[in-house]
Design a protein around this ligand. Structure first.
Ligand code: OAD
Length: 256
């Protein structure tokens, strides 16, 4: 099964990988759904909507500070490393992520679209006109955080339920759907518009695959569903690719 995917990847000119929380699970970052998922213990509507922030900014910040502290203690895993290498070394590989943890960035991923923003980025809640800014302090200097320009409330620079994605990011993600191979890794594929990218890629002729520890909403719609942890499957896939490439260069060496 992995050989089929490796073969498709070897022949592909353009590859796109959509990642979700499962790609960071082996790093210790909790997922949202499934066993141990955040939405099992917390209600999204109390913590991850503009209405929740309006109602109780201190509570929302408390939750984000707790997540920031948890993420700060985590490091990229083998899945992040493989994807980072593909974006650096391979012909044309783009990673689109729904994750706000920045682990792809820390692994050195180059062509990266962060659809849901970053937990390390802050923005003015009142949109006073200041650009969003990075603040990696754990804990933050004050809670709720404040906008350095207007002194009003600052918010986490992530996309909440009910909010639109940045048109530039969505455009970049849509463009990346014009590819030869599209792989969804560690996402339950239930949150749109991100989940819709899989179908978009398929409609545009891509070979679509999924890597996940369990069946998801996308499993029956992709060409190939691989069951397993991203942190083991992606390195194995990378080994297949390296072996294949080595084989090809040896053949080329013999014929010259
Ligand atoms: P979910 O928590 O919905 O799904 C995580 C997926 O990862 C599940 O399908 C798991 O089976 C899978 N998984 C767990 N461990 C894995 C591993 N080691 N290797 C591979 N797969 C593994 O996370 P997302 O799909 O990313 O949005 O969720 C999408 C969005 O919903 C998030 O960005 C967030 C959330 O609510 C907002 O906060 C707006």
């Amino acid at each position: 099964m992995l050989e089929t995917l490796a073969d498709r990847l070897r022949r592909a000119r353009r590859v796109t990988v959509l990642t979700g929380a499962g790609v960071s699970a082996a790093s210790g970052v909790p997922t949202f759904r499934g066993a141990g998922g955040l939405w099992r213990s917390f209600r999204a509507e109390d913590l991850a909507t503009p209405e929740a922030f309006e109602r109780d900014p201190a509570l929302v910040w408390e939750w984000y500070e707790w997540r920031r502290a948890a993420i700060a203690a985590c490091s990229p895993n083998a899945a992040h490393d493989v994807l980072a290498r593909w974006t650096r070394d391979s012909v044309d590989c783009t990673v689109i992520t729904q994750n706000v943890d920045d682990l792809h960035l820390r692994a050195g991923t180059e062509r990266l679209v962060r659809l849901h923003g970053s937990i390390w980025q802050l923005a003015c809640w009142h949109r006073c006109g200041v650009e969003s800014w990075r603040d990696e302090r754990v804990p933050l200097a004050e809670r709720p955080a404040r906008c350095p320009a207007c002194g009003g409330l600052a918010r986490p620079g992530v996309v909440w339920f009910g909010e639109s994605l940045s048109p530039a990011d969505m455009n970049a993600a849509s463009n990346a759907c014009a590819c030869d191979v599209f792989i969804a890794v560690g996402t339950s594929a239930v949150v749109y518009p991100a989940a819709g990218l899989i179908q978009q890629a398929r409609t545009r002729g891509a070979f679509t695959a999924e890597i996940n520890v369990e069946a998801t909403a996308a499993s029956s719609a992709v060409d190939l569903a691989v069951q397993g942890g991203a942190e083991t499957v992606l390195p194995t896939l990378a080994d297949y690719l390296d072996l294949g490439n080595r084989g090809r260069s040896t053949e080329a060496g013999r014929s010259s």
